[in-house]
Design a protein around this ligand. Structure first.
Ligand SMILES: [Zn+2]
Length: 87
């Protein structure tokens, strides 16, 4: 599995996500999960699917060991918000 090298690994707000202590998502990049959720939120998708296996792994930055499920949910929420703001 590839490692994520994107800037979102260092987004400060991801610091507040819960830790994934030993779940399936533990090594997945929460930043990528956030962006996936955000895209679904902007589209207001009604059937959500967190495809954990498609996410790259991350071993660095603020997203290390953060819950990708929480990141996806946060991203979805933020995406829905921005869809109403027209941005
Ligand atoms: Zn990433």
């Amino acid at each position: 599995m590839s490692n994520c090298n994107q800037e979102h690994r260092h987004w400060p707000f991801l610091e507040s996500l819960p830790h994934d202590q030993g779940g399936h998502g533990r090594h997945k990049c929460a930043g990528c999960a956030y962006e996936l959720g955000y895209q679904s939120g902007v589209r207001r998708d009604e059937h959500l699917h967190i495809d954990l296996d498609s996410l790259p792994e991350s071993q660095a930055g603020t997203v290390r060991h953060k819950s990708p499920h929480a990141a996806f949910a946060q991203g979805y929420y933020d995406g829905v918000h921005s869809s109403y703001n027209g941005s």
